[in-house]
Ligand binder design. Structure first.
Ligand code: SAH
Length: 339
């Protein structure tokens, strides 16, 4: 929802400012998605609002739930007909993490990722990004499934190639919906200038870097943005980010069989981390690869564990990520629609 437009509208029809606060509370705190259901507004105003505005800027055309019920994926139709996807992932104890998309499609075309297979269609507006959170808030409430505890910008698209709208959406999610900055994580595949900018704009928001290899020749192939911003530049940007924000960085690392999962890859990753900053500033997440085609195979679990041990013994905090939602293609890199 674009609340500035609502504010202008209320002003133009001579409504008092407290009406605006009532509307914002109903939408952002109670997750009301229909103006007609905002009971503390006069009926005539409810009707005027619903004739002129929509609270959620898209329609959910399909919602899929994993067999275990621990993840849900929604296919959303934007107002221009483009399709995007968003997911709700269980964190246990009736808490949910919402995974949002920032672009319809993605221009980066990482070799293993489905989202960019058809290229970029368009950027999402800040409103379209934040509405994904409103959508799940309403849905979880309606089904009595619990509440939202965190947000990850790990859906379709590269947030730092839609930078202003991404930052604006974080502000809406934080200031209006009330999710704490430290419970919001933005993931980038390594847009160097905007990593530095992000440290200035939102130093308390978590930053994840999709690294996947610390060897340029390999990373060039996996994450094509590496050709423009190679590993030494990325390292310097992250050092600046840490110096400016004093925050830890999360390194995402998909485990691809015989591509980036050997001892040499672990050694190079360690070297790259040490060259960047003190080890205490890093957490490495090893991500089991969700198959999206024939070019790669997931690393066997023994290799993931060996890599994990290598990193941990060297003093770098490392976790193996549990993949949720692969049976509904709602897992990382499987958010694919976006035509
Ligand atoms: N473009 C941003 C935001 C997307 S985050 C970025 O790259 O960080 C999505 C995460 O899922 C990234 O870490 C991405 O590399 C990872 N991913 C993509 N395809 C995947 C797959 N098939 N299996 C597991 N992880 C995948």
């Amino acid at each position: 929802m674009n609340s500035n437009k609502i504010k202008d509208f209320l002003f133009s029809v001579g409504e008092p400012i407290y009406r605006f606060n009532q509307i914002e509370n109903a939408i952002y705190k109670d997750f009301t998605t229909d103006f007609k259901k905002i009971k503390n507004l006069p009926i005539s105003l409810r009707e005027k609002l619903s004739d002129n505005f929509r609270i959620i800027s898209f329609d959910a055309i399909n919602i899929l739930t994993s067999t275990k019920g621990d993840s849900h994926k929604a296919v959303l139709k934007l107002k221009d007909g483009r399709l995007i996807e968003t997911a709700a992932l269980s964190r246990g104890m009736l808490k949910w993490s919402i995974c949002v998309s920032t672009q319809a499609g993605c221009p980066v075309r990482c070799a293993f990722c489905y989202s960019g297979r058809k290229g970029l269609k368009r950027n999402l507006s800040a409103e379209e990004i934040a509405d994904q959170v409103l959508f799940w808030g309403a849905w979880l409430k309606e089904k009595s499934l619990g509440e939202i505890s965190s947000i990850v910008y790990m859906g379709m698209g590269e947030p730092f190639l839609n930078y202003e709208n991404t930052v604006e959406s974080v502000k809406i999610i934080n200031n209006k919906i009330g999710i704490g900055k430290r419970h919001i994580s933005v993931s980038t595949c390594g847009h160097v200038p905007n990593i530095r900018q992000f440290a200035r704009d939102l130093p308390q928001v978590n930053l994840a870097i999709s690294l996947h290899s610390a060897i340029d020749e390999i990373r060039d192939k996996l994450v094509p943005l590496n050709v423009k911003y190679p590993l030494d530049q990325l390292s310097k940007a992250i050092r600046d980010y840490i110096d400016c924000s004093k925050r830890k960085i999360f390194i995402e690392y998909i485990m691809l069989d015989n591509v980036n999962d050997r001892s040499r890859d672990a050694r190079k990753l360690l070297e790259w981390i040490k060259m960047t900053h003190q080890k205490k500033y890093f957490t490495v997440n090893l991500i089991p690869y969700n198959e999206t085609g024939k070019n790669f195979k997931p690393s066997p679990m023994e290799k993931i564990e060996k890599f994990h041990k290598h990193m941990t013994l060297a003093g770098v905090e490392t976790t193996i990520r549990k993949s949720l939602g692969s049976d509904i293609k709602g897992a990382c890199g499987q958010l694919a629609l976006g035509n």
